[in-house]
Design a binder for this molecule. Structure first.
Ligand SMILES: Nc1ncnc2c1ncn2[C@@H]1O[C@H](COP(=O)(O)OP(=O)(O)O)[C@@H](O)[C@H]1O
Ligand SMILES: [Mg+2]
Length: 380
């Protein structure tokens, strides 16, 4: 099948689109990437999404309009990625997360209540505008099965990146970081959100440059600063980093308000902007290393980075320093496009839904069982 995967993560930078040919069944599949591209959100839409994620109130009519405006952008991305190829058979669309609340500890201990995760960009409109069958809302069925609905990518990593002799951690660095642990040739797959990826860094740079820069290209600015390790150690004592998996997080936790407390914590150290950026970069690097040390059965032989943060050379070097026995690479070096991997994953999830293969891993999301993920929207 020729499938378009569409994804926009917590960075809200734009829509990652991948046109993929998929063959095989279940976890025994091969993917062939035909085309990949990121389509940035129009500035006004990005600001609106960030405002809503930040807690701005919307009446229901505005909510419906936002849902459809996002769906229109996703449909445009699908049409653009398909332009020079025969029409795709299927679209798998993650949509744009605007709210994510995992099941609380209280709900888990009393076994009452479910998590809640909301992705905008409704699949029905994408199917209508592209005239391609679309599968969306991938998190809902896992949440209904008492899971967190996240992370969903680990089983795809397992299918595409398991190595016969090397243990691997596949570390995505989007707005949030997430890891998939793949022991060599073994079915014991683990995965969780490691904490902030680029999110706090992006927010800080946007503040320092008054919006002229939205990210630290290659980590060039942070690389000129001095890391304040004492601050990083304090931050890592906070509950999210100490909490055992299953765990997932988002803008609700690592928000502008969280960054403000980081600024407050940093005041006594009188950090220059570049020192603060270096320290935030170190938080991402050390939170990744710490979660491996705390929650993995072994430190992996290889760490394969993907997502936008894999393009941050300074962050990559800090991860390498904090995990000296691992070989830190990108998924490109294992044959899977590091920028497009998350979009490819949603193409695979759509393929699995169509071929009736369950998409979630209960040990990763906390769900009680494996379930089919995604709602199917036919072209009507
Ligand atoms: N060349 C680069 N150097 C440093 N950081 C980068 C670079 N390219 C992208 N990024 C970071 O990656 C982020 C986007 O990553 P992405 O994987 O799309 O995350 P998400 O899934 O959250 O949307 C950007 O906001 C930016 O912080
Ligand atoms: Mg993105």
């Amino acid at each position: 099948m020729r499938i378009i995967g569409l994804m926009s993560g917590t960075s809200v930078d734009g829509i990652d689109a991948a046109l993929v040919e998929i063959e095989g069944s279940g976890t025994d599949i091969t993917t062939h990437l035909l085309q990949a591209e990121t389509y940035p959100y129009p500035d006004e839409l990005r600001s609106q999404i960030l405002a809503v994620c930040g807690g701005e109130k919307l009446d229901l009519e505005s909510f419906a309009t936002l849902d459809d405006t996002i769906a229109q952008e996703f449909a445009k991305a699908a049409i653009a990625i398909n332009q020079n190829h025969p029409k795709a058979d299927l679209i798998g669309s993650h949509g744009q997360t605007v709210f994510h609340r995992p099941r609380t500890l209280d709900q888990i201990t009393t076994n009452s209540g479910l998590g809640y995760s909301l992705q905008l960009g409704r699949g029905a409109l994408i199917a209508h505008l592209t005239q391609i069958e679309t599968i969306s809302n991938f998190r809902a069925a896992d949440i209904a099965a008492q899971g967190q609905g996240a992370p969903l990518v680990p089983p795809i990593d397992a299918a595409l990146l398991t190595h016969p002799t090397h243990s691997r951690a596949i570390q995505n660095i989007g707005g949030i970081g997430n890891v998939t642990y793949l022991p060599a040739a073994s079915p014991l797959i683990l995965g969780w959100d490691t904490g902030p990826g680029n999110m706090l860094l992006d927010l800080a740079i946007t503040q320092f440059t008054q919006g002229k820069q939205t990210y630290d290209s290659n980590g060039a600015w942070a690389a000129t600063g001095q890391i304040c390790q004492e601050l990083v150690t304090n931050w890592l004592n906070q509950s999210f980093f100490q909490q055992a998996p299953p765990k997932s997080t988002g803008r609700e936790q690592f928000s502008a308000a969280y960054l403000e407390t980081c600024h407050q914590d940093a005041l006594p150290y009188q950090l220059k902007p570049e020192d603060f950026l270096a320290t935030l970069t170190e938080l991402t690097a050390r939170s990744i290393a710490l979660s491996y040390q705390q929650f993995l059965p072994e430190i992996p032989d290889e760490v394969l980075l993907c997502g936008g943060g894999s393009r941050n050379g300074y962050l990559k070097s800090r991860i390498q320093t904090n995990l000296p026995t691992s070989h830190v690479l990108t998924t490109d070096e294992a044959g899977l496009n590091a920028d497009a991997k998350e979009a490819i994953a949603f193409a695979v999830l759509a393929y699995w839904r169509k071929t009736h293969h369950p998409g979630n891993l209960p040990q990763v999301t906390g769900a009680t069982k494996t379930v089919l993920l995604g709602e199917i929207h036919d072209v009507l």
